[in-house]
Design a binder for this molecule. Sequence first.
Ligand code: PMP
Length: 410
Amino acid sequence: LFDQVPAVPPDGTFALVEAYRADDHHLKVNLTPGIYRDENAKPWVLPSVKQARAALLADQSLNHDILPQLGHTQFLSAARQLAFKDTLDGRFVTSIQTISGTGANHFIASLLASHLHPKAVWIPDPTWDNHQGIWRHVDPGIERRTYPYYDENTFGIDGDALLSTLREQANPGDAIILHACAHNPTGVDPSPELWEGIAQVCEEKGLFPIFDLAYQGFATGDVDNDAWAVRHFTTRSSGNNNNNNTPLEFAVAQSFSKSFGLYSERVGALHVVARTRDGAAKVDGVLKRISRAEITSMPAFGARIVAAVLHDPVLEAQWRQDLKTMSGRLASMRKRLYEELVRRGTPGRWGHVLTDIGMFSMTGLSPEKVAAIKDRFHVYLLPNGRLSFTGLTEGNVEYVAESIYQIVVH
Ligand code: PMP
């Protein structure tokens, strides 16, 4: 029976992690995962999370009853506040807990695919690999089209190409995925002017924006700055924007993996912003039905931790500090790698390493060079040349810079 099942190649990212584990070279460096590591390249439990977790574990009255259908109530209110703050006046929002950011992306794809039938979903080129995977899995009949994003020559965004492609080729009702901040894999985010242009195209063409909010706090170290684009879409579409377009309806797929370091707990939320109360109520019903069929009820532990942190001013202040610790370490590693590359006279332009945002930068190394740096130096990058600064430390940054130098010149 199963002989007829297609042979599926292994997932590239997970395969690289396995290859790294199996590599016994003493200088090996893993620069592939978007998972924060501390100054010793070890997993880091945020101090705010540690405190909230300890209090939960000490609470003898804690039980394991099933959560409400939409998820942990205090978690959801905190998640919504984090994404939108006070920009929701006059909007109707449905929020549901999800299996992390992946689950939030999956739920919105399922909702659109089953009820609104977009002809296409527009995905930035490049993007997080799983955007393609999720949409292919949910409905292979929906075209997965890419819009130009990254310009390899300028290490920036080709905003004109982005806007003109959507203007000329997108159809009303199509969905479009937007990274809310700290774009994966490029580390380059739209300027406020470009965000405004994107919002206008979405309105003109009747597109449905899906914000993927996976790195709030990792772009600037400040959760409010990092939610600017989401909140801009909310306020410009609330009727305060002096334009005559119909207010946008859109979704936010929110992950707490990175911002709370809760990768294995799978904590996320999906928020759908609707134009009418009736629309929001219907979304509520459909999402509950999807969730019931797929999961029945969300896991509680990670959501309890997030709720405990965000509903306690002292813990919340600690958490904001923790975000600064993480984003600060990444920024200092950017500086160190840049210095070491320039000190060696490494051919190429490296200034973007300093100005890119979040966990990642594109090195510009070809897939062949990426394979070569792994084979010769045991330094692991993604095949598209993405380098994750999370794996860099004071102890390995010189070795990594020297490896890049050697690979570029030979
Ligand atoms: N969106 C983007 C852009 C990501 O990079 C990731 C994680 N790599 C996710 C969503 C989802 O991650 P998770 O399911 O762990 O929240």
